[in-house]
Design a protein around this ligand. Structure first.
Ligand code: SAH
Length: 227
């Protein structure tokens, strides 16, 4: 599958520390760290992560690390982005996905480049405006909303897949309700000191099953909105 990036802005190709060679090195590293889905690896290779961080951090964009994006928030570590995406796709062909926590827009870009219809919700207006600009620049069609994502986005649900990119002490019921039968949700669960990536699947009868996947560290899922 060829990732869908309709537009390639002039600086998307990158150079030096943002060049294709450096991105290929990141992909190799993710492979070594257990990521196996070739479509996901290809999306990581193709989506210019350096356009999702401040210019001052662009040279670090292809390190396998989370980076600050302002407002005490971070763009997730590439391995985490790849793993969560891989989990949502494994053995399924989701068409729609809801993301809670747009942040930089990078995870949304990865999902959209894989051909999913992406709905994303962010509580910090400043971050959302920047993310929208980046996604537009890349020609990626992502629907987004400035809101407290803990209530999901029921108008467009139920979703084949749901991804939460901020940690809460427990899975959020409103989000589980918006997951379609046969769907899969991934979310970090825990507090400031310890979190795990949790996968929840819903079968055709609506029964849910939960599996713990890996230790992770995310910023907290907070309530309300900020401009
Ligand atoms: N997926 C992002 C990672 C962002 S970090 C990326 O690819 O860059 C988590 C994001 O979740 C932050 O931007 C934070 O503001 C947002 N967030 C936290 N609680 C939220 C909530 N209740 N609703 C929506 N977004 C929330």
């Amino acid at each position: 599958m060829t990732p869908r990036l309709r537009v390639q802005p002039a600086d998307a190709a990158g150079s030096g520390m943002t060049s294709q060679r450096v991105r290929d090195r990141l992909v190799q590293r993710l492979r070594e760290a257990g990521i196996v889905d070739e479509n996901v690896l290809n999306a990581i290779r193709t989506v210019p992560r350096h356009l999702f961080v401040d210019e001052a951090l662009a040279t670090r964009a292809y390190e396998d690390t989370a980076l600050p994006i302002g407002h005490s928030q971070t763009i997730s570590q590439p391995w985490v982005v790849a793993r969560m995406t891989e989990v949502l796709l494994a053995g399924r062909a989701p068409r729609t996905v809801l993301e809670v926590g747009t942040g930089s827009g990078y995870q949304a870009a990865i999902l959209a480049s894989l051909g999913l219809d992406v709905y994303t919700v962010e509580r910090i207006g400043d971050l959302l405006r920047l993310a929208r600009k980046r996604l537009r620049l890349l020609g990626l069609n992502v629907r987004s909303k400035h809101d407290d994502g803990r209530v999901g986005w029921p108008e467009h649900g139920p979703y084949d897949a749901i991804m939460v990119t901020a940690a809460a002490p427990a899975l959020v019921h409103d989000l589980i309700d918006q997951l379609a039968p046969g769907g899969c949700l991934v979310a970090p669960v825990g507090g400031a000191s310890s979190q795990a990536l949790v996968q929840l699947t819903k079968d055709a009868d609506g029964h849910v099953q939960q599996t713990t996947l890996a230790p992770v560290m995310f910023v907290p899922l907070l309530s309300g909105t900020l401009d």
